[in-house]
Design a protein around this ligand. Structure first.
Ligand code: AMP
Ligand code: MN
Ligand code: MN
Ligand code: MN
Length: 286
């Protein structure tokens, strides 16, 4: 039987149309309010363009909005996502870093377009950009376009057939190394948290090595509770956080109300004994 979750009062990982979410920042905050979540972070991929609109709506609905960003990065050859929380979006070091990633995304979109055209599917970049509705274009947008065009049954098939690692339209990523990305987050006064550690499919030894390297680089925490995680992950990640002296975060990774994404606030609390990362910023909840 599916586990029944109480709604978490805090959710520190979600996306709007400023990246690959399907809701506007204002509608997203409205939905957060409706779900009963009181503290949220907007963490769009590689840009902070949604924060201003989200802040206006959050103020109106008495939601505490933590400015965030989810930065695409890599450690050794492993692609990873680093969530920056409490970042100052006006910081120039952060924004210069993010603009490098956005430039890579633009180039990659052209490459994906070329590879899909070679596979007999022309017009993908224009199509994906039209789906995106903002400057950031990512593989999710290509996936949605492939589904809309009837080329794939769903996003999962689009990733499995074309967009995923090793597939026909896969472009090897060239993200900025972890240590540098953590440096940008620090420059912007934020806390760096390793996103969804269970999703990298690393062995226990490798995950521990990643986490200690991340901590040595200045990372303060990891997402112990995420929207879609395997049974036992929460307890395992909670123990790792404690052993490594790192804080824990909770985040659904909400992308939209459509099926296939975790719901806002659909999160268990941190295991006992794990330090909540938000307490470092003076927020006390439970
Ligand atoms: P990108 O950052 O442009 O390389 O795209 C990565 C994003 O694609 C992730 O943040 C997810 O939102 C989405 N994604 C990755 N794998 C899948 C999948 N199998 N099905 C649907 N969406 C996926
Ligand atoms: Mn995404
Ligand atoms: Mn991610
Ligand atoms: Mn995410």
């Amino acid at each position: 039987m599916a586990q029944q979750y109480p709604v978490s009062p805090i959710d520190l990982h979600m996306h709007s149309m400023a990246s690959d979410g399907t809701m506007t920042p204002a509608d997203l905050v409205q939905r957060v309010h409706g779900a009963g979540v009181r503290v949220m972070a907007l963490t769009d991929h590689d840009n902070t363009a949604g924060l201003e609109e989200a802040a206006i709506q959050a103020e109106a609905l008495d939601i505490r909005l933590i400015p965030g960003v989810e930065i695409s990065s890599e450690w050794e050859t492993q692609g990873i996502h680093i969530v920056g929380l409490f970042v100052d979006p006006k910081n120039s070091v952060l924004q210069e870093g993010l603009s490098r990633i956005m430039a890579f995304r633009d180039w990659r979109a052209m490459e994906i377009d070329r590879l899909l055209a070679n596979a007999g599917i022309p017009g993908a970049e224009a199509g994906a950009r039209a789906m995106a509705g903002s400057r950031m274009v990512g593989r999710s947008h290509f996936g949605r376009w492939l589904v809309r065009e009837g080329r794939c049954a769903d996003a999962n098939e689009a990733f499995g057939k074309y967009l995923g690692r090793g597939c026909k339209a896969y472009v090897p990523s060239n993200w900025i190394p972890m240590t540098e990305v953590v440096g940008w987050i620090h420059a912007a006064g934020g806390y760096a948290v390793l996103a969804h550690p269970g999703r990298y499919k690393l062995s226990g030894t490798r995950l521990r090595a990643l986490l200690s390297a991340f901590r040595d680089a200045g990372g303060v925490g990891l997402e112990v509770c995420t929207g879609s995680q395997a049974a036992g992950d929460r307890e395992h990640l909670g123990r790792l956080a404690q052993q490594l002296g790192m804080a824990g975060s909770v985040g659904s990774d909400f992308h939209g109300p459509d099926a296939g994404h975790a719901a806002i606030g659909h999160l268990l609390p941190l295991p006992d004994g794990v330090e909540p990362v938000w307490e470092r910023a003076g927020i006390h909840l439970y």
